[in-house]
Design a binder for this molecule. Structure first.
Ligand code: ZN
Length: 190
């Protein structure tokens, strides 16, 4: 890995892509607060319905999904996030399929971020106490990277997005990936 640094990244528009409503709170929320305070437009895309991550047996999956979405919107509002987009893929079973990639491409082309945040799909586990990385996190990372390059860039990838939804190709300049064991880039949020 390259030497760690405190690069003064100052994005104008950021798309944060995650699997579950809470991933971005522990992954990137401090940086989001900094970016929005600098005037950046920040958007969230949550790919699963988040309807599995609780051991409270009094909750149904639908109740859990609705509660977590409400919490996600509230948390995003505190940080000044402009919009939270939700997809409805089943929690725990996400795969980087063409359908998932098309949904990420759609939001990239809609929000036109210069910077995209996701999790490093190569992080299967972390040795620093975090343990096994959720397979949905890896799937999101893979789908997001594939969406950035080449799918969001090329007019002929998912041509229906341009034809039917008027979503033109977009190039993302910077990708930030969270990896709990290996870091070569830090943002000073204080
Ligand atoms: Zn998660």
């Amino acid at each position: 890995m390259a030497k760690s640094n405190l690069n003064p990244l100052k994005p104008k528009s950021v798309l944060c892509v995650a699997a579950h409503p809470d991933d971005l709170e522990f992954g990137v929320a401090g940086s989001v607060a900094k970016w929005t305070s600098q005037g950046a437009n920040v958007y969230y895309l949550i790919l699963t319905n988040g309807n599995k991550g609780s051991d409270d047996r009094s909750l149904t999956s639908d109740q859990l999904r609705d509660t977590r979405r409400k919490e996600q919107r509230a948390a995003a509002k505190i940080l000044g996030v402009k919009e939270v987009y939700f997809c409805n893929y089943e929690d725990g079973l996400l795969e980087p399929t063409a359908s998932v990639k098309r949904d990420v491409v759609r939001i990239i082309r809609k929000t036109k971020p210069d910077t995209l945040y996701c999790m490093d799909p190569t992080m299967v586990y972390a040795l620093n106490g975090f343990g096994i990385n959720h397979s949905d996190h890896r799937a999101v990372g893979q789908a997001a990277l594939d969406a950035v390059y080449p799918l969001a860039r090329d007019y002929l990838s998912f041509p229906e997005l341009a034809k039917d939804e008027k979503l033109e190709p977009h190039k993302v300049a910077t990708v930030l990936m969270a990896n709990f064991d290996k870091q070569n880039f830090h943002i000073n949020i204080f």
